[in-house]
Design a protein around this ligand. Structure first.
Ligand SMILES: C[S@@+](CC[C@H](N)C(=O)[O-])C[C@H]1O[C@@H](n2cnc3c(N)ncnc32)[C@H](O)[C@@H]1O
Length: 204
């Protein structure tokens, strides 16, 4: 693969299918603290309801953080989804095998959309954000989260190489401007040891 050129989506999907059985989804106490802080930082108004979409849910590491919610778990890797199903949880209302670039949901149907450790793997991040904007209700929130800083995330991908070798998380200002261009307001940004970019779809 040439520098800067991303792998075809099917190659990435195969990579994640293959990775599923070895994917480590244990969180440290610090990770849990960070996630709880971030996910509770910005409440969505009660009238938006309790439906949350987890894009690139993997094996379901975020499930326990949304026990009060009706969660839709989406991934394009059938192997990851199958591990997520095994983990199970009563509040998961749907497991969806689909690509984030074309979300199979009606517009204005979620209060929150979360993406943990998935954003660098999108070959057209703007298209995914457009889809998120479409499915979120006005005043709904999307959160882009990584449990490592930007440089570490990018170094890890480069070291793995192959299908994800060129998958890069953009720098802080670029991330914010991608969000703005997609129509979101940035409500909270955290970039020190971990990444959390929390954005709101403006009121209608
Ligand atoms: C690095 S794993 C993270 C999994 C989980 N969010 C976590 O933090 O443990 C990335 C996940 O995103 C999924 N993924 C990558 N690109 C995707 C896409 N275009 N549409 C849907 N899922 C995708 C992969 O299959 C994989 O399960």
């Amino acid at each position: 693969m040439r520098p800067g050129q991303s792998a075809p989506r099917t190659q990435r999907r195969q990579y994640f299918d293959h990775l599923a059985k070895d994917w480590i989804d244990e969180l440290s106490e610090e990770d849990e603290f960070f996630l709880n802080t971030m996910l509770h930082l910005i409440e969505t108004p009660p009238e938006l309801g309790k439906r949350v979409l987890d894009i690139g849910c993997g094996t379901g590491v975020l499930f326990p953080f949304f026990e009060e919610w009706d969660m839709v778990a989406l991934d394009f890797s059938s192997e990851m989804l199958s591990r997520a199903r095994k983990r199970g949880a009563r509040h998961i209302v749907e497991y969806v095998h689909a690509d984030a670039h074309r979300l199979p949901f009606l517009g204005d149907s979620f209060a929150r959309v979360v993406m943990m450790s998935v954003f660098p793997h999108f070959d057209d991040p703007s298209a995914v954000l457009q889809e998120i904007y479409r499915v979120l209700r006005p005043k709904g929130i999307t959160a882009l989260i990584h449990l490592k800083d930007i440089k570490t995330v990018n170094d890890i991908h480069a070291k793995i190489g192959g299908a994800v070798g060129n998958d890069q998380l953009p720098e802080i200002d670029d991330l914010k401007s991608i969000m703005h261009s997609a129509g979101f307001e940035v409500c909270h940004a955290e970039f020190e040891n971990r990444v959390a970019l929390i954005c709101r779809k403006p009121a209608a």
